[in-house]
Write a protein that binds this ligand. Structure first.
Ligand code: SAM
Length: 248
């Protein structure tokens, strides 16, 4: 099962509400401010895609913090919480979507989660300051280059830690790949995983030099066929939707 039906099933099984297609301009534009000009719409990560991308992260997920920039209703937070992250943070600019994500966190059966420290922060990703320690930063094509370049600069300032940038539907991948601090660590048909390149001396012994088949996380989940551009993918990818087709 793929696409919206899989999303509806995920919601029903977990007692949450994440399956929707919403445009910020029709939701709470006044509360968002100028960054709305660079924001994509809300659409949840297809069920299965996050596991496939996390399998490409070139270091262990345990003891790292997962940050979803543009967390929406929190689907990716709930999926990430099935992994042993130290902490999970959703950063979302829309107050209305933050409220739904927090409600979903209250509704989920915490017994199904391996990480129980999951929180939602209402903030513009452009200004967000990351916590210390190793990071997995997730983007489901939430915004354009004008915001992404600030995020990259902020992440690049601390090269002493492990940072993976997990980018689903990487519309602005050229910007990441042109940045000297980031290198490609893995890929799926629908996304790319980058790591913050650090000087060899700063690398810890746990860090691996190769990815994909040797990734410590590659056994966590199989790849799935529900990808933007794939015939089975019934949802449009963020950034490619005509607002006129949005549900009212
Ligand atoms: C495609 S949705 C992704 C939702 C969620 N990450 C998931 O995968 O289920 C993109 C989200 O990014 C949010 N967003 C856009 N610009 C943002 C910004 N500057 N700061 C924080 N969130 C932003 C939107 O409100 C929307 O909820």
């Amino acid at each position: 099962m793929t696409g919206r039906r899989a999303g509806q099933r995920f919601d029903a099984e977990n007692g949450v509400a994440t399956e929707a297609l919403l445009f910020l301009g029709e939701l709470d534009p006044d509360a968002i401010g100028p960054s709305i000009a660079h924001a994509t719409h809300y659409e949840p990560t297809p069920v299965g895609d996050l596991d496939a991308l996390l399998a490409q992260v070139p270091f262990k997920l345990a003891d790292t913090t997962f940050v979803d920039l543009g967390a929406g209703m929190g689907r990716a937070l709930l999926l990430a919480a099935r992994h042993p992250f130290r902490q999970i943070v959703g950063v979302e600019i829309s107050p209305a979507l933050c409220a739904v994500a927090r409600e979903n966190l209250r509704a989920i059966d915490r017994g199904t989660l391996r990480c129980r420290d999951v929180r939602v922060v209402r903030a513009d990703a452009r200004m967000y300051r990351f916590a210390r320690g190793d990071l997995v930063v997730y983007l489901y094509n939430p915004f354009g280059a004008a915001i992404l370049e600030h995020v990259l600069e902020r992440l690049a300032t601390d090269a002493s830690r492990d940072v993976a940038l997990v980018y689903h539907t990487p519309v602005e991948r050229d910007l990441v790949e042109a940045h000297p601090a980031f290198e490609l660590a893995g890929e799926t048909p629908f996304g790319a995983v980058y790591r913050l390149a650090t000087p060899a001396a700063a690398r810890g012994s746990s860090r691996q030099s190769t990815t994909n088949a040797t990734s410590p996380n590659s056994m966590l989940a199989p790849h799935v066929a529900s990808t933007p551009g794939h015939p089975n993918h019934s949802q449009p990818s963020p950034g490619s939707v005509d607002p006129k087709t949005a549900p009212t």
